[in-house]
Structures are given as structure tokens and as C-alpha cells.
Design a protein around this ligand. Structure first.
Ligand SMILES: Nc1ncnc2c1ncn2[C@@H]1O[C@H](COP(=O)(O)OP(=O)(O)OP(=O)(O)O)[C@@H](O)[C@H]1O
Length: 307
């Protein structure tokens, strides 16, 4: 279990993480979603004691990282797969880690096997590893202490389809063993098949904490297209919808696009107002749109922007 309570981190004028309170439960893969700059990495760094919270707490199994007696056995993480020793071979790196943490050397072979690194790959110096191989080595290191809590920052970044499939199977297996598994991503589509539960943040704030299906449903029912023969009737309907807090845009004189409302609600209001409709259809939104809608004005960098 990872417990965040009022977790806040400021860097000068920038509030990277803003009063985040959420529990990351064991036994399922939780996707940690948010646009670039949302504060995902900073949150993970605070869980690992690499950044100190400005306020609030980040706990693993009820304790701050620095209070953990055997940190490697409590939480494993890959924050930056490329942060590996350039000259040292993977196996030597893992052996050194094991030795300094009182973990038996045979565990190195176990985690290399789980990570799908054969003897040849494990003998290569870090700088010669592909990103996919470096990811696997990072994951092997995270698993070394057999920890009940695992955190991977953007684990799918730069992986080929086989690598993506492998990450999915691995993380599902780790969760099925009862571990807490937190994976960050800025892509909703990526998490759809990987995570069971989503924690969505934007500008450091919690936006959603719900099962994947629920988050998707929020987006999928959120747009409705309306057509009717009488522009004045549609204008009245648009006024009523706006008054109820829905976003309405005109699509020509005889059409409306309504965001945030269900087709049922729009249909009921049209009936109440006596406005005839010729079309009332939920608009299928893509996962990315559902995500953008959720994060809304919380997007710090527009799509296709910097970083
Ligand atoms: N050491 C730092 N000093 C100053 N600002 C920082 C520092 N680390 C992060 N930030 C800022 O905090 C905000 C959150 O960054 P963070 O890296 O946690 O977001 P993220 O959701 O992980 O995004 P990304 O996927 O792009 O890494 C950003 O505005 C970032 O510029």
C-alpha cells in the first residue's frame, strides 16, 4: 500500500504536487496518469524519499521511506531506465546491489530470469544496452528485494510492441501476487490495457481515482450531438443546457454539440421545452479525448507542446 496524505511539493513558484490524498491499493495495477508536468515523477520521488515534501506525507506500508529498515525489500522502483552505470555489466550491478543490501546472490539470477535477460545481455556494459534492455535491467533491480510495492515511471516509453506486452504481463502477474503496482504514464490509451485502476492528476491535483472502466465511461458519455428543425428551439435548448452547466457549441443553425451531458439528459430537457429533435446521439470519444476532458484545464503543456 502506498498512502499519500495532503502531499504537496513546491519548487519556488511552481506547485508540482498539490495536496494529494490517495491510497494506492495492493493486488491490482494502478495507472498513474497525467499530462507532462502533472507531477507524477515528483510524487514518485517523494515516495522514495528522493524529494522532501513541502507538506503532507508519502508512506509505504504506513512509513516514510527513510524509516524503512530494509527499503529494497519494501519498495522497488524504476524512475529512469537510462540511469545505469555506463561501464558496469548488468549482472555486476545487481550483484553489488544485492551484496550491499544483504540479499543472497542467487536472487540475482532469479530476477534476471524474470526480466528476460539472458547471460549475454547480463554481461553487457550499461552503455551498450538498448532502452528496452535497460528497462528490463531496471525492473530486475526493482525486484531484487522481492518488495510488495513497485513503482515504474513511464515503463512503456520507447518499448517495441513485444516489450509493451511483456510489461503488461509482468505487472499483471506482480499485482496478482498481491503486490501494489503503480505505473505512471501520460497516455490514457496505454493504460487502458495495462491498469485496472486509475489515479489521474493534473497540475499536481487529484482529478480521478477510480476503476479504468469508470474513468472511460465518464469520457464516453460526455458528448452528445443534437440536430433539430427549428433554430429557435435549439437556441432555447442551448440556453437551458448552459444554465445547467453543460458546455454547448453550435454546429450550424440546426445543430448543437453538448459536452458533459448524457443523451438521456439532453432528450429529457428537449421534451420539457417542447423542442423537436431529429438527432440525439452520443459522440464516441477516443480514450485520449476522455483523458483530455478529465484533465481539462489541468494540462500545463498543450498537446504537441514542449518536452
Ligand atoms: N527539481 C525541480 N525543480 C524545479 N521544478 C521542478 C523540479 N522537478 C519538477 N519540477 C516541476 O514540477 C512540475 C511537475 O513535474 P514532474 O516531472 O513531477 O511531472 P510529471 O507528471 O512526471 O511529468 P513528465 O511526465 O513530463 O515527467 C513541472 O512543472 C516541473 O517543471
Amino acid at each position: 500500500m502506498i498512502t499519500l496524505r495532503g502531499l504537496t511539493k513546491r519548487f519556488g513558484a511552481v506547485t508540482a504536487v498539490d495536496d494529494l490524498t490517495v491510497d494506492i491499493a495492493p493486488g491490482r495495477v494502478t495507472g498513474f496518469l497525467g499530462p507532462n508536468g502533472a507531477g507524477k515523477s515528483t510524487t514518485m520521488r517523494m515516495v522514495l524519499g528522493l524529494d522532501r515534501p513541502t507538506a503532507g506525507r508519502a508512506l509505504v506500508a504506513g512509513r516514510a521511506y527513510r524509516e524503512l529498515r530494509h527499503p529494497l525489500r519494501e519498495v522497488g522502483a524504476v524512475l529512469d531506465a537510462r540511469a545505469i552505470h555506463p561501464a558496469r555489466a548488468g549482472r555486476a550491478h545487481l550483484l553489488a546491489m544485492a551484496r550491499s543490501n544483504g540479499i543472497p546472490a542467487r536472487r540475482v539470477d532469479e530476477v534476471l530470469a524474470v526480466a528476460g535477460l539472458d547471460d549475454r545481455a547480463a554481461a553487457k556494459p550499461g552503455r551498450t544496452l538498448s532502452l528496452g534492455m535497460a528497462q528490463r535491467l531496471g525492473i530486475a533491480a526493482a525486484l531484487l528485494g522481492d518488495p510488495p510495492v513497485l513503482m515504474f515511471d513511464e515503463p512503456v516509453n520507447g518499448l517495441d510492441p513485444d516489450g509493451v506486452r511483456w510489461i503488461r504481463q509482468l505487472t499483471a502477474g506482480l499485482a496478482a501476487e498481491g503486490r501494489t503496482v503503480l505505473l505512471s504514464s501520460h497516455l490514457m490509451s496505454e493504460m487502458e490495457q495495462t491498469a485496472a485502476h486509475l489515479v489521474v492528476i493534473g497540475k499536481g491535483r487529484l482529478i480521478a481515482d477510480a476503476p479504468v472502466a469508470e474513468v472511460l465511461a465518464t469520457g464516453a458519455t460526455a458528448a452528445v450531438r443534437v440536430r433539430g428543425p427549428h433554430p429557435e428551439g435549439l437556441a432555447a435548448l442551448a440556453g437551458r443546457l448552459t444554465a445547467e452547466g453543460y458546455a454547448v457549441t453550435a454546429e450550424g443553425p440546426r445543430g448543437l454539440a453538448v459536452t458533459g451531458a448524457t443523451a438521456d439528459r439532453v432528450g429529457d430537457l428537449a421534451y420539457e421545452l417542447g423542442v423537436p429533435l431529429h438527432e440525439l446521439s452520443p459522440v464516441a470519444v477516443t480514450l485520449e479525448q476522455a483523458f483530455m476532458r478529465l484533465t481539462g484545464d489541468a494540462v500545463e503543456y498543450a498537446a504537441g507542446g514542449a518536452r
